[in-house]
Design a protein around this ligand. Structure first.
Ligand code: FES
Ligand SMILES: [Fe+2]
Length: 346
């Protein structure tokens, strides 16, 4: 059953300007891992809109977390068969949004306006993607060849809520000049600092790609053994606006692929779901692999959460830009092109 998607309205408590919110509402965002959905409704927030997610029968539903009868939060309700039940008066809603039962008035011909406000969603790569306007202008990412591939081990980090704008967060993940400094206690080396500035770059309406080499350090607590340095061949795709796929290839066809999936919760908070896939060292315990990744991403987080202003200034003249910042300049231009304001706060 395909739910007819509706269009979310600008929330009164929005932390975004109306025009920024409207531009952002036309995009797909990764809102949840499928494994987060249990037999209870799940609460999420996207662009300041409170959402309820649930699995109803064979379908997922993504809807506004509000029952139109008297405004109760559906996330405090429960699932009964293929219905989401409102906790206040027990109205029952199907995955397509229809209300099929009003327990206090069982013979009532239920008016069609009593329904869930459902939003466009799609399931891809074990994530649930949502577009609040129902008319996305961006594309879902492509994770080939590693997705659903038994040659690759998959493990995940998050969802985590970071106190930063989605723009600042994703700019960090397309920035190659920070490795040698932010990550100096993990894989960064100052002697490789210039390597992140020289990269092949290409862009389309929905993606940007960059390719470069980086000679990384490999300290003792890294899960990759046997050498003090590792030559990385890096290939990254930014799936506009807030998702990246970064393939790190080590000698011997060893690939470690990091998928950063960011959703703007509000103008100052972002949700990160990170999916890792790798075709080597698959016998290393996932906890050990994750501990190393957490250490690296913790270094990113500590810096991003302190950047000022929290929003990205879209006027190119506001911050200064070096050769390494080519991707970030292109990213800011794209945001402007799709309608975000001079100071974008997502
Ligand atoms: S508020 Fe939901 S059934 Fe009354
Ligand atoms: Fe980083």
């Amino acid at each position: 059953m395909i739910a007819a998607p509706q269009t979310a309205e600008f929330p009164t408590e929005s932390t975004f300007s109306r025009s920024d919110w409207e531009a952002l509402s036309h995009m797909w965002y990764p809102i949840a891992l499928e494994e987060e959905i249990t037999d209870k409704p799940l609460a999420k927030k996207l662009l300041d809109v409170n959402l309820v997610l649930a699995r109803l029968g064979d379908d997922y539903v993504v809807a506004k977390d509000l029952c139109v009868h008297r405004g109760a939060p559906l996330t405090e309700g429960w699932i009964k068969g293929s219905c989401l039940v409102c906790p206040y008066h027990g109205y029952e809603y199907e995955a397509d949004g229809r209300c099929t039962k009003v327990p206090s008035d069982p013979d009532w011909k239920i008016p069609p306006q009593i329904r869930l406000e459902t939003y466009l969603h799609e399931v891809k790569y074990g994530l649930i993607w949502v577009c609040l306007s129902g008319a996305p202008i961006n594309a879902l990412p492509v994770w080939e060849p590693e997705a659903d591939n038994p040659d690759y081990l998959r493990f995940t980090m998050g969802p985590e809520l970071w106190d930063c704008s989605a723009g600042r967060a994703i700019e960090n993940f397309i920035d190659n000049a920070h490795f040698s400094f932010v990550h100096r206690n993990t894989f960064g080396q100052e002697s490789s600092a210039a390597q992140g500035a020289e990269y092949e770059f290409a862009e389309s309406d929905t993606a940007m790609t960059m390719a470069f080499d980086y000679l990384a350090g490999n300290p003792d607590d890294s899960p990759i053994a046997n050498s003090s340095e590792l030559q990385r061949k890096m290939h990254r795709t930014l799936f506009l606006p807030f998702c990246t796929r970064t393939c790190i290839a080590y000698p011997g066809d060893r690939e470690h692929i990091i998928h950063i999936n960011i959703a703007p919760i509000s103008a100052k908070q972002s949700q990160l779901i990170v999916v890792f896939t790798r075709n080597f060292d698959k016998e290393v315990p996932v906890e050990d692999l994750l501990a190393w990744e957490r250490k690296i991403l913790g270094e990113d987080r500590a810096m991003i959460e302190k950047q000022k202003p929290e929003e990205i200034p879209l006027a190119v003249s506001t911050e200064v830009h070096a050769k390494a910042d080519r991707a970030s300049i292109a990213f800011r231009r794209w945001l402007k092109k799709v309608g975000l304001g001079r100071t974008f706060t997502a």
